[in-house]
Design a protein around this ligand. Sequence first.
Ligand code: AQP
Length: 336
Amino acid sequence: MEATTAAPKKRILSCIQPSGIPTLGNYLGALKNWKTLADEFDGAFAVADLHAITVRQEPAQFRKQINDVLALLLAIGLDPDQSILFIQSQVPAHSQLAWILNCYTQFGEMSRMTQFKDKSQSHADNVNVGLFAYPVLMAADILLYQADLVPVGADQKQHLEIARDIAQRFNTLYSPTFTVPEPYIGKQGARVMSLQDPLKKMSKSDPNPKSYISVFDAPDVISKKIKSAVTDSEGSVRFADGKEGINNLMAIYACCTGLTNEQIEADFAGKGYGDFKAAVAEAVIEELRPIRERYERYSNDKAYLKEVAAQGAERASRVANRTLQKVMKKIGFVLP
Ligand code: AQP
């Protein structure tokens, strides 16, 4: 009988910025699915620290956040022998390719990016060129690994589109060089909104800590934050327009328990927001408990984290440098 060889797994790339302590939003919207992605695909997962400096970071705190996010990737169950886990700044090819791609991206294209418009408003005192060129660095991240798939939330769709345009442009100008990445629409993660302003997404860099739940918050802190979440005066637990605070808590509860909105409404019929909030807090505490426990183990083992980062940087560089060399050769650079 003829031996059959399995088709190679598709490569998927996903990044998280160490711009603060990851929130329940980052977890339910992205990280919770990463372990499944790592099993199904050839995964590369990065701590995107170069992206994080588009906003000012305090050095000692930043260093801690980078290590914390790496420890979190291990805590959610990613295996550094199975997937490539790395810190972006430890792979110089990202900055090198980003510069090159800047020269293949038009100013007009970047000016249309809605995230730039939003972030330049919220950081009006520091509208730096890096913030403007952020999508080009993101394109470099993706294209270096010849990623077939990139999981994207609604807010990143426009950036992935630009990465595809840049790849196609380069491939047409020279010859096929980059895999043109496709968006990966997997199991729908929730878009978690701020607890204090449910019209805004929950963000780790929000100046008001009551607006987000960090994945490392202690149980009593989680309870307090959910208790003070903004709701409405109607008092009935149901999903409806104009009840964004309750809708958000219902989405969080559904993600943690697997219940549907209809089941939640039935379970809390005739009960007040106090009971509902207590149940949501309990579900979130239980959801995050194992992650927090494993995180504590990894984050205290600095030697192991260093080893994981070094191994990841080496594996990532091997793939990334192959692409970078190809690009440089096609442009006409003289290689060493
Ligand atoms: N509120 C959210 N709900 C669902 N998913 C979310 N993500 C972020 N916030 C929510 C998803 O988490 C992944 C990693 O995000 P990121 O750190 O790369 O950047 P971000 O989207 O800018 O996250 P933050 O928390 O809002 O960071 P800051 O405050 O620094 O801007 C992404 O897949 C993202 O969609």
